[in-house]
Design a protein around this ligand. Structure first.
Ligand code: FEO
Length: 172
C-alpha cells in the first residue's frame, strides 16, 4: 500500500507529465505553423513520449492499489519568439521535471518505500537522457545561429525521429 504522502506526490507527477505532453504538443503546433515539419515531428514524438511517462506513473499507482486522482492541466504557452527559445524553454522544463523526480525519490526514501525507489530509477535515468538530447539541439542551434541553410538541414534531420515506446521495452 502506498503511503499518503507518496501517493499524493505520484498523482502530482501524473499531472506534471500530462502537462509536459501538452506543452510539447503546443510547440509542435507552433513549428507546423512556422513551416518547420521536422521540428514539429520531433516535438510531436516528445509529446507521445510524455504520454507514456504519465501512463507509466498511472499504471504504477493502480498496481500498488492507490487511487489515481487526475487534476486539471495548467494552460501551456502557445506562442514563442524563435526556435532557440522553444528549446531553451524545453530544457528549463526538463530540468524542472528532473527536480520533481528527485523530490519523489527523496519522499520514497523518507517513507521507506523501496518499491517506489526501484520504480523511479527508470525516470532518473530517463531525465539524464532527455536533458542531454535537448542540450545537443540547443548547441547545434547556437552554432547555426539562425542561418537558413543550417535550419533547413536540421529540420530535415529532425524529421527522421521516430516514436519508440521505451516504457514498454522497460516493462519486458
Ligand atoms: Fe517525462 Fe520529459 O519528462
Amino acid at each position: 500500500m502506498l503511503k499518503e504522502k507518496m501517493l499524493n506526490a505520484l498523482n502530482e507527477q501524473i499531472n506534471a507529465e500530462q502537462y509536459s505532453a501538452l506543452l510539447y504538443l503546443s510547440m509542435s503546433a507552433w513549428f507546423s505553423e512556422k513551416g518547420l515539419p521536422g521540428f514539429a515531428n520531433w516535438m510531436y514524438i516528445q509529446y507521445q513520449e510524455e504520454l507514456t511517462h504519465a501512463n507509466k506513473f498511472f499504471k504504477y499507482v493502480v498496481e500498488r492499489g492507490g487511487k489515481v486522482s487526475l487534476k486539471a492541466i495548467e494552460q501551456m504557452p502557445t506562442e514563442f519568439n524563435d526556435i532557440l527559445e522553444v528549446f531553451e524553454k524545453t530544457q528549463a522544463h526538463e530540468q524542472h521535471v528532473t527536480s520533481l523526480i528527485n523530490n519523489l525519490v527523496d519522499i520514497a526514501f523518507e517513507v521507506r518505500d523501496h518499491a517506489t525507489q526501484s520504480f523511479l530509477k527508470w525516470f532518473v535515468d530517463e531525465q539524464v537522457e532527455e536533458e542531454a538530447n535537448v542540450q545537443e539541439i540547443i548547441d547545434t542551434l547556437k552554432l547555426i545561429n539562425g542561418q537558413g541553410n543550417g535550419i533547413f538541414m536540421l529540420d530535415r534531420e529532425m524529421r527522421q525521429r521516430v516514436f519508440v515506446d521505451s516504457t514498454a521495452a522497460a516493462a519486458e
